[in-house]
Each structure stands twice: as structure tokens, then as C-alpha cells.
Design a protein around this ligand. Sequence first.
Ligand code: PGA
Length: 248
Amino acid sequence: MRRKIVAGNWKMNLVREQAVLLAKEISNERKIDGVELMIFPPFVFVDPITQQIGTDLKVGVQDIYFETSGAFTGEISIAQAKSVGAGIALIGHSERRELFNETNTILKKKVDAALSGQIDFIFCCGEPLNIRKTGREYDFVKIQLEESLFHLSEEEIKKVIIAYEPIWAIGTGETASTEQAEEMHAAIRSWLMERYSEQTAEIIPILYGGSCKPDNAKELFACKNVDGGLIGGASLKTSDFIAIANSF
Ligand code: PGA
């Protein structure tokens, strides 16, 4: 049985009081049978949040840098993230890839740094609209995985959570259909099987992200290979986020 995960990516939203309040509300609701809830607030709020809610809810950072310390203005190391209570990181969110030019090569370094720095991570992948329109989405996503993730050993890959987030569905209100989501998730699982083993492919959670809302989560989470969601906009409202988590 695979883990079921609902993770909220708050992106660059909220100020301190709002962030702490939202985290507390979610934390109070957290006991949803069998579903792991995670939140990814802006880095500056990780400390006040973990101080207030303890370790019950998994709190993560939206990005990490691959170097351990030094002259990297504006970046956050894994040790720094862990020192304020972050237990997990997002790696390769499409906004980092598109707006901040993070390439598969850079993301490979982040993956390696996360493993050696012992922080869990969700590795995000997904194709832009022009790639989907020209029917090249499978090749595109496969290359993202091959170039940043598939160098890992079988023991290492077992620690990874993957999120498939088609870029054309992020923050656009346009969701992938259940067929589109399931087909890509099944493809990702089959590549994991080819590269590693059936047993390993079966245990790796693959989350869907992209305009996942209370009214479409049930259908998406019912797909055989969809193990939860990485939620942007709808994670900023406790009732919506909890409703999504209750959709399993
Ligand atoms: P969205 O964002 O739910 O607002 O589409 C998802 C994400 O970027 O993780």
C-alpha cells in the first residue's frame, strides 16, 4: 500500500500572522486517516510555524540550494532549512525551472544534496503547453526524470516522492483530465519499473499538481497511480485544503 500525501505549496503568499494561523488551522484538522499532510510555507515562516505547531504536521521548504555554505547570496542550505524544523523540500517546481532557470543538471545536484543532507524531498516534473500540444509530453517528462533522478541507486530512489505537474494546469484553473493524469502517472511508474524494479516502482508515491481543488480531487485521487496532490492556490484556504485531503 502506497503512502497517500496531500501537500500545500503556499508559494510567495501570506505574511507571518496569516501563515502561522493557516498552519495552526491545518494542524488542528490534521487527523485524516491514512493521509499525510504537508505544508510548504515561504522559508521565513518555517521557524514560527514549527515553533507553534510542533512536529505533528510535516513542514517543508519550497526550494533548497545544493551547496552546504558560503557565498551564495539569497540561497538557503539544507542544514539551515533543517535547523528551523523543515523536514522536507520541494525540488524542481516548474516555477523554479521556468522563472529561475533551474535546469535538469542543477536539479540533479539538488537531489544529490538532499540525499546527502538527509532531507526528504518531492521532485516535481511536468511539461509546458507547447510540448503537450505537439504530443511530446512523455519524452519531455521522461528526460526530466532521467537527467535529474534516475542516476540514484535503488535504495535512494525509494526515498523519493514524485509530483507530476503539467505546467499548463498550474494556477490556470485548467486541470488535467483524470485520463491525462492517470496516463502520465502510469508512464512514470513504468519508467521506474524499467529502471529499477516492479517492487520499487510500486512504493513510490506520485502526486498530481495543477489546479487540484475540492471539486476535482476525488476523481483524480481515485486514479490507480495518483497517490495524492501538490496543491497551490487551494492550499491557502484551510477548508479547501482539508476537503482535498478528505477526497481519498
Ligand atoms: P495550483 O498550483 O494548485 O495553484 O495550480 C500547483 C503547484 O504549483 O504546485
